[in-house]
Write a protein that binds this ligand. Structure first.
Ligand code: DHB
Length: 281
């Protein structure tokens, strides 16, 4: 397969481990690389130590996963040991970061760039924290944030967008106008699912985000919308589990294809499997 360029980074194939699936440890990220991923994304790194939500935080639903993990993080200042080992990761590493304010994102981006991730993903679209989607639902705030991070970062910046907004094209345009280098879309689809018999929320947090095959149609539609609105390269994420889904995502306008829940449904070697399926399609 010819090499792929994304934000001036070369990838051996378009498949990327999506954020949040396998933490930030070099061992796990390299297992994904050994299983065929073209690049890997870390779990989102936050400003200060945070424990996440109470259990249950993840349940399987029909054709998907439903989670409200709640962004657990040691906090970026307590992660130098992990960061120092990022250079051992065998494929390009995308560092995902989150915060509650522009200052949080700026501080984390400034701090981690010395560890030379290939791209910094701005997670502005987490449904599992009270203020998790504040930025990605407002073009004005998204623009301010991306501009501020661009001013301090030598590393390419890729905001991750939510489908739970009024107009994803406007958010994508705000990213482009502010100087973003790429867009990642979509994050999980926010829902409140109630247990049909027990009449209580399925997750302790009350609501959560849906991923997996059940959201593939939404993801493809949002990527198509973004493709029409901006020229930025897109990392398309959402429900891709098989080669056909990956090809659909590329046809929708993505340059790279994220796989997250697919690791749960098909195993760590889902990247090898999907690469093979794409070649044989
Ligand atoms: C979590 C969920 C997300 O969808 C996300 O983008 C980041 C974090 C979580 O609950 O930990």
């Amino acid at each position: 397969m010819p090499k792929i360029k994304f934000c001036e980074i070369e990838l051996r194939n378009p498949l990327v481990l999506a954020s949040g699936i396998l933490g930030v440890s070099v061992e796990l990220l390299n297992r994904v690389a050994d299983n065929g991923a073209g690049a890997v994304t870390t779990k989102s790194i936050g400003p200060i130590e945070r424990h996440g939500n109470n259990n249950p935080t993840v349940v399987e639903i029909e054709n998907g996963l439903y989670n409200a993990v709640g962004l657990p993080t040691p906090g970026y200042k307590n992660m130098d040991e992990e960061f120092k080992r990022w250079k051992e990761v065998k494929v390009p590493l995308i560092a995902s970061i989150y915060g509650s304010s522009i200052e949080d994102y700026v501080n984390i981006a400034k701090y981690i760039q010395k560890y030379k991730p290939s791209i910094i993903e701005l997670n502005i679209s987490c449904p599992n924290k009270d203020d998790g989607m504040v930025f990605a639902t407002s073009p004005e705030l998204t623009k301010k944030l991306v501009k501020a991070v661009k001013e301090v970062s030598k590393i390419p910046i890729m905001p991750k967008l939510t489908p739970n907004c009024d107009n994803i094209r406007e958010i994508a345009k705000a990213c482009e106008e502010a100087g973003a280098d790429a867009i990642c879309a979509i994050n999980t689809v926010q829902k409140e699912i109630i247990h049909p018999k027990l009449k209580v929320p399925l997750l302790a947090y009350g609501k959560g985000g849906i991923s997996g095959p059940i959201i593939k149609k939404i993801a493809l539609e949002k990527v198509r919308e973004i493709r029409k609105a901006v020229d930025l390269p897109i990392l398309g994420v959402g429900g891709v589990t098989y080669g056909k889904g990956a090809i659909d995502m590329l046809k929708a306008g993505a340059t790279l294809v994220g796989i997250g829940s697919g690791v749960y449904f098909r195993g760590m070697d889902v990247f090898k499997k999907v690469n093979d399926e794409m070649k044989n399609a």
